[in-house]
Design a protein around this ligand. Structure first.
Ligand code: 1GP
Length: 252
C-alpha cells in the first residue's frame, strides 16, 4: 500500500496517526534497534527520519536498520537533498510555504526530484509551515526564513489553504525540534478547519495531554522526536499513542 493511503487509513481508523522522528545524528546504532522495536510494540504508526542539520551522512545504513527491525513505514523528513535514500518507503517533499526563500520553496526540489525518481520512493508533497515557538529553532535558522508569528492563526490558515490549492497533500505545522512551545491550539484549529488535507503537528510536544489537545483541535498526525532521546521517557510512548489515537480510546 502507498504510504499516503496508509496514513489516510490510519487517521480514519484511529482518529489520528502517531509518527516518531528518528534523527540519525542523535540516536546511536546500539539504541536504534531496541527503540524502533519498542515504538512498534507501543502503538506508533510510523517513523520520520532526518533532520534540519545532519552531520553524519549515514541515511542508507540507518534506514536499512530501521526497516529490518520493524514493519512500520520509514518516511524521510529531509533537511537537505543528500538525505534522499532508496531504503525508505516515502519522502515528505517539503516546501517551506511559511517562508519566502525560493531555495526552500522550489530550488532544492529541482535537485531532489530526479534523485527521488531514480530511487522509486513515494514523494508526498507537504506544505511545511514554520511557527514561531520561542528561541530560534534549527529549522527556522536553516531555512533562512521567518516563521509565522504564533498569535497569527489566520496567516497560518491562509498559508495552508494556498498550499492545498497548489496541490499539496499534507500540511506540517512545525514549532521546531526541541521548541520551547508547541504550535498553539488556536492555530491548529484555524488551519484544520480551513483545509481538507491532513494536518501534521510537531515540535516541542513533551506530554500526552498536550498531544491530545492538538488532535482535539483538528491535527491528524502528531510527531514527537526530542522527548524520546532520553531513554527514561521510553515508557511514555504508549501513553502518547493512546492519547493520539482518539477514536480507539472511545472504543474501550
Ligand atoms: C521536529 O516536529 C518534529 O521536526 C518533532 O519535534 O523533536 O520537539 O519532538 P520534537
Amino acid at each position: 500500500m502507498k504510504i499516503y493511503k496508509y496514513l489516510q487509513n490510519t487517521i480514519q481508523e484511529k482518529g489520528a496517526a502517531y509518527l516518531i522522528l528518528l534523527d540519525p545524528d542523535k540516536l546511536s546504532e546500539e539504541k536504534l534497534i531496541p527503540f524502533v522495536k519498542h515504538c512498534e510494540n507501543s502503538g506508533v504508526d510510523g517513523f520520520l527520519i532526518g533532520g534540519s542539520l545532519m552531520v553524519n551522512n549515514n541515511m542508507d545504513s540507518f534506514i536499512e536498520m530501521v526497516k529490518t527491525s520493524s514493519s512500520l513505514p520509514a518516511i524521510i523528513f529531509p533537511g537537505s537533498v543528500n538525505q534522499v535514500s532508496s531504503f525508505a518507503d516515502a519522502i515528505l517533499f517539503l516546501s517551506v510555504v511559511s517562508g519566502r526563500n525560493a531555495e526552500h520553496l522550489i530550488g532544492k526540489h529541482v535537485l531532489a526530484a530526479p534523485i527521488i525518481k531514480k530511487t522509486g520512493i513515494e514523494p508526498i508533497s507537504t506544505g511545511y509551515i514554520l511557527v514561531e515557538s520561542g528561541s530560534t529553532t534549527t529549522a527556522v535558522y536553516m531555512s533562512g526564513s521567518l516563521p509565522i508569528p504564533r498569535n497569527k492563526p489566520e496567516i497560518a490558515a491562509s498559508t495552508a489553504l494556498a498550499a492545498e490549492y497548489l496541490g499539496m497533500k499534507l500540511i506540517y505545522l512545525e514549532a521546531g525540534s526541541g521548541a520551547d512551545n508547541p504550535v498553539p491550539n488556536e492555530m491548529v484549529k484555524a488551519v484544520s478547519q480551513l483545509v481538507s488535507i491532513p494536518v501534521i503537528v510537531g515540535g516541542g510536544l513533551r506530554n500526552p495531554n498536550t498531544a491530545r489537545e492538538k488532535v482535539e483541535n483538528g491535527a491528524s498526525i502528531i510527531v514527537t522526536g526530542n522527548f524520546f532521546e532520553n531513554e527514561d521517557n521510553w515508557d511514555m510512548i504508549k501513553e502518547f499513542a493512546s492519547a493520539i489515537h482518539i477514536k480507539q480510546g472511545l472504543l474501550v
